[in-house]
Structures are given as C-alpha cells and as structure tokens.
Design a protein around this ligand. Structure first.
Ligand code: TRH
Length: 382
C-alpha cells in the first residue's frame, strides 16, 4: 500500500444500449481531467451513441481529444499502450486480455477498479470496495459501487454544479433566455413545465390524457428518443422530430433534440417536475432538487422493482405520510402500476413540499462525492 496519487486514468466503456453507460463514463472522465488534473483516456466501443451527447465528437475518428479527454475507439483489436495508473472498467465490462497482461507486467501495478451500476439497495454497502484477485496474474480488481449512503462510493457531482444550479434557478432572465433558445414561449399563469425522458411506457397515454384534461396548462418537454413514438401516436402522428409542437386541451408538447449532456441539466433545473430514467438522468434530477419520477430500466426478472423500492424508501424516509405516499404511488404507477391519473393529482397537490424536500435531499447527498471517493480509495490501495 503506497498512498500514491494516480496521474493518469484509462476508462473502458462498453455501451450496452441507451446512453447511461457512456453518460456516466463521460461525466467521470471530464471530472477526473478537469477537477483533478488526471490525463484521462476514455475507451468507447460505440462512438455514435456518444456523439448524441457530445455533438463535437467525430464518430469516424478512432483517436481524438475533446474537452481535455483523450477519446479512443475501443475496437476489437486493442493497440499496445502503456496502462494508466488508474484503470476503470465500467459496469463489469471485460478489459482486453492484452491490456490486462500489460497491467500485470507493470513494475508498479495500476489500481484496477470496476465501477458498478448505481443502486440504493442495502447490499451495496457490504460489496463496495471488495477485492477480486485475478486468478492467474498478480493483479487485484476492486468493486467500486456508487450509492446513497456514506458507506458507498457516493454519486458523481461536479464541484460547481449546485452553485451553478442555484444561480440558474434564481435568475429569471437566464431561464427566460433558456426557454427562448428552445423556442418555448414564456410561461402563462398556473402553467406547469414537465420534462419527460422515459422508455416506452404503458401508462403514457393515460398520463398525457390526464395533462390534456387537467385544470391547468402543462407544457411537456420531450427529448427525442424512445418515448417519442408513443407521444406522437397520442397526437395522431406516425412519428415526430425535434422542433415539433403538439397541443391538445391543456397539454402542449415540445419535442426537443437530444441535447448535449450539460444542457440537459438546465432542462431539469428549469422544469417544475422531471420524469427521468435509467441511472444518470435519475441522479441529475436529484441534483436539480425538483420533484421527480423515476422510470427504472426494466429487467426481465423484475429485479428492477427492488431497486426502485430501495431508492424510493431512502428518498421518502422521514417525510410525512402524505408526501411519502404521493411519491410512492406515482413512481409505482409509472413503473407498471395503476391509476396514474390519481397518483399524478396527489403528487401535484404536494409539489411545493416535494420541491423543498428535493433541495434538502440534494444537499444531503452532495457530501458524498464519487470522484473524490474513488481517488481516495485508489490512493489507499496503490
Ligand atoms: O439512457 P438510459 O436509459 O441508460 C440506461 C441506464 O444507465 C441503465 O442503468 C443501464 O443499464 C442501461 O442504460 C443500459 O438512461 P440514463 O442512465 O439516464 O442515461 C441517459 C444519459 O443521456 C445521461 O447521461 C443524460 C444524457 N442525456 C443527454 O446528454 N442529453 C439529453 O437530451 C438527454 C435526454 C439525456
């Protein structure tokens, strides 16, 4: 054990599907480079998904530098490179054999971490930082779990994010410019703005009908993606694209382009309520401090429902019964339960208190910063 600070880092990201894998890796890569001065190489096997959230990326280039991160296409043939001081395999992806052999051949062995998926379940605390010795080589990989309690690796949070969020949320002019940029007209009285980032969802039509027939105007901001065909269908369209605006009753939908990652934060900050999904957007919604509804990534054996319940239980812990059940009912209804109309009504009735709670929750979580924890742990095991 040498207390050595890493100066370089290789992050390996295999994109399973969607954007969460690369979303998390790109965020971590930038933080390690910008806030901690590491020379970061990010190996990605799918440049096209990556390009959706980083428009300046040239998906045809196998090697390029964007925002001080050295981005490499992770192709089937791995070039011979000197391993970094800190090696992070994201989400249990298998590192190239030649690279692992090169790690084993290093005089000072790199610190090797497996960055795991986020879960609020209790078992995470006992699995976080567990070692896994390589069966044949003189290397040990450690499991690093993000999470919601001090005994886990915490959450990805940029150093200045909450300050920037507060400035944005307190600046009416900045918000007005933001909406103008998106071609969304200024708010009318009692209007609610809701961002909607989800997978295909059985409750979609009922939710849209609830908004359409509601007492107050709802403006729904819908980034292009998996939910779009369902929403288009609700408006009698075959499909839709960014820039389209659909109106029925009290509901107006603006289809947005899938934007650059940092711009998505602004959407979450600017809306009153956010529907988010997967992993990274769910965390960003928590930093936004606004009431949010999580559409969890569905798994075949329904284990995702345990993950959903675990986060929900932590999130509502200590809240009065009415608030806790408002969250519980709507999250459940949006993840395959029933009565989304009733659940939405109760959620909205409690919106002010939920927003207050959202701010407190973000503040509480912000003390446990993943990048800092990861570097401290790397130093400890180096
Ligand atoms: O895309 P996702 O559904 O990813 C999921 C989850 O990560 C899940 O855990 C994983 O198992 C599965 O993929 C394979 O949702 P997530 O995690 O919210 O990632 C979306 C990313 O896209 C996030 O980094 C935010 C970013 N984003 C933008 O950059 N611009 C946008 O306009 C939007 C809507 C999102």
């Amino acid at each position: 054990m040498g207390e050595r600070l890493p100066r370089s880092c290789d992050i390996f990201c295999a994109v399973v599907d969607n954007y969460g894998d690369i979303g998390v890796c790109w965020r971590l890569a930038r933080q390690l480079a910008h806030e901690h001065g590491l020379a970061v190489r990010l190996w990605v096997d799918d440049m096209h998904s990556f390009g959706k959230m980083l428009p300046e990326l040239d998906a045809d280039l196998p090697v390029q530098t964007c925002r001080s991160v050295d981005i490499r296409l992770w192709a089937s043939v791995m070039p011979l490179v000197e391993p970094a001081d800190l090696v992070i395999g994201a989400f249990a992806c298998k590192l190239p054999d030649s690279y692992v052999a090169a790690m084993a051949a290093c005089e000072r062995k790199p610190v090797w971490l497996n960055l795991e998926y986020l879960s609020a379940e209790e078992w995470v605390e006992t699995h976080h930082q567990l070692p896994s010795p390589h069966p044949t080589l003189p290397l040990t990989k450690y499991f690093f779990f993000p999470g919601f309690t001090p005994k886990t690796g915490g959450l990805l949070l940029e150093r200045d994010l909450l300050v920037r969020r507060d400035a944005f949320q307190h600046d009416g002019n900045e918000q007005a410019s933001y909406w103008q940029l998106l071609n969304v007209p200024p708010r009318v009285a009692n209007e609610m703005r809701v961002s909607l980032f989800s997978y295909e969802n059985e409750a979609m039509h009922e939710l849209l009908r609830t908004w359409e027939q509601g007492a107050h105007p709802v403006t729904c901001l819908l980034p292009e993606g998996r939910a779009l065909p369902q929403v288009a269908q609700y408006f009698g369209q075959q499909t839709g694209k960014a820039g389209e605006v659909w109106q029925r009753g009290n509901l107006r939908v603006h289809v947005l382009p899938f934007g650059e990652q940092s711009r998505y934060d602004e959407l979450l900050w600017a809306c009153d309520v956010n529907f988010v999904r997967g992993e990274d957007s769910c965390v960003r919604a928590q930093w936004a401090g606004k009431p949010f509804i999580w559409h969890i990534y569905p798994q075949h054996d329904s284990v995702h429902m345990e993950k959903l319940t675990a986060l929900q239980a932590r999130y509502v812990e200590g809240l009065p019964e009415e608030l806790a059940s408002a969250v519980h009912d709507l999250w459940l209804a949006w993840n395959g339960g029933v009565d989304i109309a009733g659940a939405w009504g109760r959620f909205v009735e409690n919106r002010t208190n939920l927003e207050e709670h959202g701010q407190t929750w973000a503040k509480r979580l912000s003390g446990n910063n993943l990048a800092l924890n990861l570097l401290a742990f790397s130093r400890q095991v180096a």
